[in-house]
Design a protein around this ligand. Sequence first.
Ligand code: SF4
Ligand code: SF4
Length: 119
Amino acid sequence: MPWIDGKSCTGCGICVNECPVDKISMKIEKAEINMAECIRCGICHDVCPQDSVRHDSEKIPNMIDANVEMTKKYMELCAQYLGDVKEKGKCLKRMRKHFNSQKIITERTLKELEKLEDS
Ligand code: SF4
Ligand code: SF4
C-alpha cells in the first residue's frame, strides 16, 4: 500500500492530479492518500518526481518494533490490572497466538491470491 514520505514531498500536486479515483489531497503543502479508498493502482508511485510515494515493505522493521512494544505494554498492563506478575507470561502466550493467527491468515490469503493470477 502506498504512503507519502512527508520529508521529501514538495507538494507539487502531480500525484493529486494523476490519481484516477481522486483520493490524494494536499494537507499543509504535503500530499496525503485516503487509504480507505485508494484502489492500489500505483500511478502515484510512478509519477512522483521526488520518489516520495513509498511502499509498505519499507515500514516492516517499524511495524515489527511496534508489535513488540505493544506486546510488552499489554504484558505490563495484565500484570498491573490482574495483580500478579505471572499474568505477563499468560499475556505473552495470547499475543503469540494472535500473531500466529495473523500469519495463518496472511499465508492462506496469499494462496488464494495465487489462484487469481489467470483471472
Ligand atoms: S507527486 Fe510526489 S512530491 Fe508531488 S505532491 Fe505527490 S508525493 Fe509530493
Ligand atoms: S495508488 Fe492509485 S488510487 Fe491509490 S492514491 Fe495512488 S494513484 Fe490514487
